[in-house]
Design a protein around this ligand. Sequence first.
Ligand code: FAD
Length: 381
Amino acid sequence: MEKKIDVLIKGQGVVGLAAALHLSQRRLEIALSTDLTQQGTPPKQDARYYALNKSSKEILEAIDCWPTGSDVTELREMQIFGDHESELSFAPDRMKMPLAWIVKASSLNIKLVEKIKLQPNITQALHEGQNIQAPLTLICEGKHSAMRKKLGVEFDVKPYEQSAYATLIETGSPHHGKALQWFIDNESGPEILGLLPCEGNGSNKMSVIWSMPSQKASEYQKKTDIEIAVAIDEMTKHQFPNLKVIGPSAVWPLSASKAKQWIGHWNTDSAWALLGDSAHTVHPLAGMGLNLGLGDVAEMVKTLELRHEKEYWRKLSDRYLLRKYERARKTDILSAWLFCDAIQRLFSHPSSLVKNLRNKGLHGVQKFSFIKSFFMLQAGS
Ligand SMILES: Cc1cc2nc3c(=O)[nH]c(=O)nc-3n(C[C@H](O)[C@H](O)[C@H](O)COP(=O)(O)OP(=O)(O)OC[C@H]3O[C@@H](n4cnc5c(N)ncnc54)[C@H](O)[C@@H]3O)c2cc1C
């Protein structure tokens, strides 16, 4: 006899897998459109690290998937440099909690896959032609989601004509949980270089995320490790005399995007909802993309719990419930989206008046402790 599926999940990224695990804990039958048992172990040498906030930590802890040991690093301090020597630093000594946690992407993925394999109420290996009758389909396919395209959902994309170049470096001295970010105006265009502390708080390894014009990023991918180390050394004004490139590199084109519609129905008994990058992307300068995606997971779980506890007569495809999810997340995402876009525009504006203002802005934020606290809480909550 065929198993009755409650929720079908399309997409095997962090958002899709975290949603599957959370919903499976709520006594729902879940189907994944991928067979994870056939997948090899994800590459250990992934160039990516995520800066995750407290809410994301709690969401991942609740499914026992929070990485441990050197796979997670507490972000304790942050220093931001603008052009013309302007500077801003956050060191929350008043607060015991770190600003954020830097998590190794490949370790998080391994944890999620291992956990999924142990869940009896998560079915895997559904192939394209297979007809699954699920009242609710969660689309977590990332920003190039094929399902979203098939559904004809309007997706507003704002390309930045920039790409993020990522690699791993060793600096020669322990980072003590301090991140550094440079906003620089170069001849070829504006650039943002971020160094994130990683591989544990005693380590001297830092993850590099460098947004630069796309043409320059593809040229950088052809450079040797030594050439890249020299370029980073120049950008960081020789802060790390023993800097070495030790990791693989990768390049991602950058854009901000958002779907117009996040939920919909095929018929009265089956509905769909977008989560994570399938619904929205932001510039990685603020390290918010996955935090927002995990926020979608938390809201979806909360919405379906409401049905389970109080409004049990509602179907999983219930329009009122799904609209509640869409409204709550659209509001949250919009403020993050506008914040990242405004910072990106501010730092890519060619006018000298704007350049002057933004540097004054950094000095201003440095002076007013109230605004600093706001930024710190944004990063840490
Ligand atoms: C350079 C860079 C740095 C970043 N740093 C941070 C950071 O520090 N903090 C942060 O919060 N965010 C960060 N982000 C954003 C973060 O990477 C994304 O927001 C996050 O990965 C989105 O997760 P997702 O699961 O929605 O999508 P994805 O990670 O894109 O996963 C979707 C997966 O589903 C698969 N898929 C597609 N179609 C199907 C299908 N039909 N069936 C099965 N599988 C399918 C895809 O191949 C993909 O593996 C960064 C992004 C970039 C580019």
